[in-house]
Design a protein around this ligand. Structure first.
Ligand code: AKG
Length: 329
């Protein structure tokens, strides 16, 4: 009988299957890839360690466009129903956040940090970063499909989130083919609570939330137990955690089961601006989380697809700093 805590073999992307042959994939499927040796190395690294780092993946101008779009929204935040998340504002619309909290984020002096959910819907720059070919190329090869970017998160400060594996929470279809990118929007200082991750942890035995490997409403086990399980299993396997202090524009790409979290913030005055995207394969993930009864409308980018918001299509790309000038090709 198959193990109820492990992903069904049929759900695994090709690269995670027991007989996956990367050299053969490169020889047979990648004749159009210019730097095949780099791709080969990246896929081997992904297979063995569950992540790939792409230095300088995103141009600084595109990052500045995203930061400019965020600031434009904050400068008139009462107009927007974009969702934010924090202890004080759990999944609340931006327009309900008090002015002092908004001002402190604009001045890089927030005491109660918020994060912005799904800005990808509203900003061309956000879409272009999520679907930047330098970010998505390895993901598309690892999944053997085009990717759909279906969720995003903008962080201003270190999250201090316990170590976790995304597949337990994030509804990619199937969970085994969920992947993510984390792009540094500034140089990350070691005192700002950098991201931490555990190379090789994508192969650890999965945590049992009592009902299986996914956190479901009403489950009796919690995030602290999840983290303790991961750390115990990692220690048993001899895996070590790494701290990610990248430069602006560097990207960390991770597997659905790579353990990661936010380290403690040593200096709360330091920002730690980052942009996270969750993706799934186009063939298997076609619905938006807010309208699961029908296929989402997709917007095509060179590096993959983004979903139009099913409830507020008029909010798509209202922030357009990174849009090509009208009339250009
Ligand atoms: O940036 C962080 O601190 C954590 C991000 C994260 O865990 C996630 O987006 O899944």
């Amino acid at each position: 009988m198959s193990d109820p805590l492990e992903f069904p073999v049929d759900d695994l992307p090709w690269v995670d299957r027991p007989a996956a042959e990367i050299d053969r994939y490169i020889a047979e499927r990648c004749s159009d890839v210019v730097d095949r040796e780099l791709l080969r190395y990246q896929l081997l690294h992904w297979q063995a360690f569950g992540y790939v780092i792409v230095p300088g993946a995103v141009e600084p101008e595109l990052i500045d466009a995203l930061l400019g779009d965020v600031d434009e929204m904050l400068s008139d935040h009462r107009r927007y129903r974009t969702v934010v998340d924090s202890h004080r504002y759990p999944q609340k619309p931006m327009c309900e956040v008090d002015q002092a909290t908004i001002d402190s984020h604009r001045a890089d002096s927030a005491i109660e940090p918020i994060r912005i959910l799904d800005f990808i819907h509203h900003s061309v720059a956000a879409k272009r970063i999520s679907l930047h070919p330098a970010v998505t190329r390895v993901l598309e090869h690892a999944l053997g499909d085009r990717v759909v970017a279906f969720q995003s998160l903008n962080f201003f400060y270190g999250s201090q989130q316990p170590i976790h594996q995304d597949f337990a929470y994030v509804p990619g279809r199937p969970r085994a083919r969920l992947v993510a990118s984390w792009v540094a929007l500034e140089d990350i200082h070691p005192d700002s609570g950098p991201l931490v991750y555990i190379p090789g942890s994508h192969r650890l035995r999965k945590f049992d939330w009592a009902d299986g490997p996914f956190k479901v409403p009403g489950t009796k086990r919690n995030e602290i137990e999840f983290e303790a399980h991961i750390l115990r299993e990692a220690e048993r396997a001899g895996l070590q955690r790494q701290v990610f202090c990248p430069k602006k524009g560097d990207a960390l790409l991770w597997h659905s089961a790579l353990a990661h979290g936010g380290s403690p913030v040593a200096d709360p005055k330091r920002t730690r601006k980052a942009y996270v995207t969750h993706y799934a394969p186009h063939r298997t993930h076609s619905v938006h989380v807010h309208a699961t009864h029908k296929d989402a409308d997709m917007i095509d980018y060179p590096g993959g697809l983004a979903m139009r918001h099913p409830l507020f299509p008029e909010l798509d790309d209202v922030f357009r700093r990174a849009a090509p000038p009208v009339g250009s090709r």
